[in-house]
Design a binder for this molecule. Structure first.
Ligand SMILES: [Zn+2]
Length: 405
């Protein structure tokens, strides 16, 4: 591979606090002083003022547009079939969201062929790229049998390093109909045969610990078994209700506690004093017409906050990180700088990755050239597609419907 220089960057966000100004390390952005960047062999090798740009094998003039790190989507559920548009319509007309709707997608996913699941994943990954996402996590959780969870993770692992076993998404109907006994049997299956099949293809283990899903004792058993099998823990916590999941997430050193919609003061203190990232998923509150989490409280307390899409067919069917940023700024108390940081470096922290989510020296050359002079436009111009070009591993990703296998 050869080196490429980028000249006349109106605003370059590096997320390197030692560069530029503020927490996002923004360079350029004021009048004549535009920024420059050089990448080589898939890595960032130089950032500074455009006027000082070193020679490279080729040169791209960005013409005053902004460059930001590629978004890191640390929470998505992409291994599914079918959709739930009718359920969404009903909900918007007053029917409340509960964890039970997941069962519709479980039936469709079990009935789908491997090729259908793969094609749906590829379609969604193309959408992620088109929204500026360069690293994504995906969970299983719509198979809920040993075979279906294993195949979801096997297919996912061919498309991302960040695969998460979520056998404990919901107790499937064939177990739930037998009440507590059935639920106990399902947990035993998850920590036994299902985990054994999934572990080979998964990096993470996750549990939906909430009202109507898995309780604290079950969550502890499942996460502890996952850790023993070599997986790292993360959790769906406090989306619908506060049943004490944050304490467990921090105790088990989960990389991330996701949703964090209902938090007590002590939950916030616990998160702030831990390595557990609070991952906020505004698409879920938007699509279930629920109150948003309070990002401001978390940030002011010193917690690390990530923003992710939660893309799933039930409660957040969006692949758009700019949409999540706009909502976080408008309704969750975040500044445009904070929202951008959370959607990039915050997501990387939630995946415990140091190579992505920033454009400091040595970082992966994963970035977005915006059709805008600064990242502030992402929230300032909601619903407008400002993703000019998404680059990953030092190469532009072809979007616009060109398929290449
Ligand atoms: Zn989720």
């Amino acid at each position: 591979m050869s080196s490429i220089s980028f000249a006349n960057i109106g605003s370059l966000v590096t997320n390197d606090e030692t560069l530029g100004t503020g927490k996002i390390g923004e360079l350029g952005g004021s009048g004549l002083q535009s920024a420059g960047m050089v990448i080589d062999n898939g890595r960032v090798t130089w950032v500074g003022n455009s006027a000082d740009l070193p020679d490279a094998d080729s040169r791209v003039d960005v013409g005053g547009q902004a460059i930001i790190p590629g978004f890191v989507d640390s929470h998505a559920h992409l291994m599914f079939a079918g959709d739930r548009a009718a359920e969404f319509s009903a909900r918007m007309q007053g029917k409340p969201y509960s964890a039970g709707g997941i069962k519709t997608t479980v039936s469709a996913t079990r009935a789908a062929s491997d090729d259908e699941l793969t094609a749906n994943l590829r379609r969604l990954v193309a959408e992620l790229h088109a929204s500026g996402i360069t690293t994504f996590e995906t969970k299983s959780g719509y198979g809920l049998t040993v075979e279906d969870e294993t195949r979801a993770l096997r297919i996912a692992a061919a498309h991302t390093d960040e695969t998460t076993f979520l056998g404990a998404h919901v107790v499937p109907a064939e177990f739930a109909e037998r009440g507590q006994t059935g639920a106990d049997e399902y947990v035993a299956l998850v920590v036994g045969e299902m985990l054994a099949g999934a572990a080979e293809h998964a990096k993470w283990i996750d549990v939906f610990c909430d009202r109507g899903a898995f309780n604290l004792d079950q969550a502890r058993e499942i996460l502890t078994a996952g850790i023993a099998a070599g997986l790292a823990p993360r959790m769906h916590a406090n989306q619908l209700e506060n049943i004490g999941a944050i304490e467990l997430a921090v105790e088990l050193d989960c990389a991330s506690a996701d949703h964090c919609t209902h938090l007590s003061e002590s939950d916030i203190e616990l998160l702030a004093g831990s390595n557990t990232v609070a991952t906020l998923l505004p698409g879920a509150e938007f699509s279930t017409r629920s109150p948003y989490p309070d990002a401001r409280r978390l940030i002011d307390a010193g917690a690390t906050v990530a923003l992710a899409t939660d893309c799933n067919p039930g409660s957040s069917y969006t692949t758009s990180m700019p949409f999540c940023i706009a909502v976080a700024v408008r309704d969750m108390g975040m500044s445009p700088d904070e929202a951008l940081w959370s959607a990039t470096a915050g997501g990387a922290a939630a995946l415990r990755r140091k190579d992505v989510g920033h454009l400091g020296l040595g970082a992966a050359a994963d970035f977005v050239i915006l059709n805008a002079p600064s990242h502030q436009h992402l929230a300032y111009r909601p619903g407008v597609n400002l993703i000019g070009q998404t680059w990953r591993n030092g190469k532009p990703i072809e979007m616009q419907g060109h398929s290449h296998e």
